[in-house]
Write a protein that binds this ligand. Structure first.
Ligand code: PMP
Length: 433
């Protein structure tokens, strides 16, 4: 197919100077096979690859592009900011405006520090939690991804009783010292008994619990109310810091993030993706009492040459302004639900076991009969069917995340005509499965 040739040529060329040909692993299509599409340009809900083939984008840069690619208002804001230099390494008024807007939209965030990536946000929030509590241990949950800082790249040991035994943990990446891993406990998502047991045994040593309040890195998995409530009451009781990693869900599932939907308030929140409108921008924030331990006020060090970058701030501010307009989330949520209902109906017509879920502009679909509630359950869905479906949809011009363990993302530019096209593509694909 001539269409794939340019992508193949670029992929071959890329692999000579870039490890694996990509600057972030999942882009390499390793889980689904085939050649990554090299993007030439994008607009609204679409991007065009190196062969000028058009795709409907259902990744949207893994979340940030909630107002559509190359949104004219955001482009204008970025152009204006760029005209007065790209970076100063000194504070600007724009950073204050962005901080004020974030604090207003997310009331649990009393103060916020800007960084350049989600990884930096979670890594810094953990250091802060450790500095604040004077403790080392952290708890994370299986299937949640919080960026690639050493202490977060840890797998669970097996069996509930060994969960609290950190010598059973193995790093899930080379280059991560066992010595660091021993401070990270990994528990199953949605398992109240497991976290109760760990706190009972080691509660006074736990600095922080970090969680995706709606998980988007093992497909889309929602927490139960009991699970979140238990985490909140245990962390409060034992003086541990509750960190919500809303890098993905913040400003994506609702204007106030997942925390505005679930009735549980974290101590610290990590943000990224949407808040930078597609520019390298992220943040962490929360209770003033904790945030004041950060340098230059406190002794927890954290810094960044490009932190609060003025061009990224301009993109973020304009994006947050657009999503704050009346009706934005009603529309986004409605369109996403409509898409999911369309996919489900198409699967049903073709007798394919299929389940769907969504929240705001974030969705999950699963080749199984029921919506999963844990990482283990996701691994039991039909991954082979997903891989085939992925390629059939790609041929149809619909770009899904190249992994069954990722959530999907819509934007306000995904209008009815776009949804109809996706659903028709899915119908054709299901027929061929
Ligand atoms: N936390 C979550 C929940 C994420 O989904 C991601 C990235 N997908 C990160 C942290 C890391 O962000 P970044 O890739 O910007 O470092």
């Amino acid at each position: 197919m001539a269409n794939v040739d340019q992508n193949e040529a670029l992929f071959e060329r890329a692999q000579k100077t870039i490890p694996g040909g990509v600057n972030s692993p999942v882009r390499a299509f390793r889980q689904v096979g085939g050649t990554p599409r090299f993007v030439a340009k994008a607009k609204g809900p679409y991007f065009w690859d190196a062969n000028e083939k058009r795709y409907i984008d259902l990744i949207m840069s893994w979340g940030p592009m909630i107002v559509g690619h190359a949104n004219p208002e955001v482009v204008a804001a970025v152009q204006k900011a760029a005209e007065t230099s790209f970076s100063y390494g000194a504070p600007t008024e724009g950073e204050i405006e962005l901080a004020e807007r974030i604090c207003a939209l997310m009331p649990s965030v009393e103060q916020v520090r800007m960084v350049s990536s989600g990884t930096e946000a979670t890594m810094s929030a953990l250091r802060l939690a450790r500095g604040f509590t004077g403790r080392d241990l952290i708890i994370k949950f299986e299937g949640c991804y919080h960026g690639h800082a050493d202490s977060l790249l840890v797998k669970a040991g097996s069996g509930l009783l060994t969960f609290a035994d950190s010598t059973q943990n193995a790093p899930s990446s080379g280059g991560v010292p066992q010595d660091l891993v021993k401070h990270t406990l990994v528990l199953p998502y949605n398992d109240v008994a497991a976290i109760e047991e760990v706190f009972k045994k080691q509660g006074d040593q736990i600095a922080a619990v970090i969680i995706e309040p709606i998980a988007g890195n093992m497909n889309l998995i929602k927490p139960s109310k009991e699970f979140l409530t238990a985490i909140r009451s245990l962390t409060s009781k034992y003086g541990a810091v509750l960190i919500y990693d809303e890098v993905m869900t913040g400003f994506r599932v609702a204007l106030g993030g997942a925390q505005s939907l679930q009735g549980v308030t974290p101590d610290l929140t990590c943000l990224g993706k949407v808040m930078g409108g597609g520019m390298p921008m992220a943040a962490f924030g929360g209770k003033k009492e904790i945030m004041s331990k950060l340098a230059p006020l406190g002794n927890v060090y954290q810094a960044g040459t490009l932190s609060g970058n003025p061009v990224a701030v301009a993109a973020g501010l304009k994006t947050l302004e657009i999503i704050s307009r009346e009706g934005f989330y009603e529309c986004l949520t409605g369109q996403t639900e409509k898409l999911m209902a369309g996919l489900k109906a198409a699967a049903d017509r073709n007798n394919i076991p299929f389940a769907v879920d969504s929240e705001g502009g974030m969705f999950g679909f699963y080749f199984t009969n029921e919506v999963p509630t844990s990482f283990e359950a996701v691994t039991k869905s039909n991954i082979d069917a997903f891989k085939k479906f992925f390629h059939l949809m790609l041929d149809e011009g619909v770009y899904l995340a190249p992994s069954a363990y990722e959530a999907g993302f819509t934007s306000i530019a995904h209008d009815n005509a776009v949804l109809d096209e996706i659903i028709a593509a899915a119908e054709n694909s299901f027929k061929k499965l």
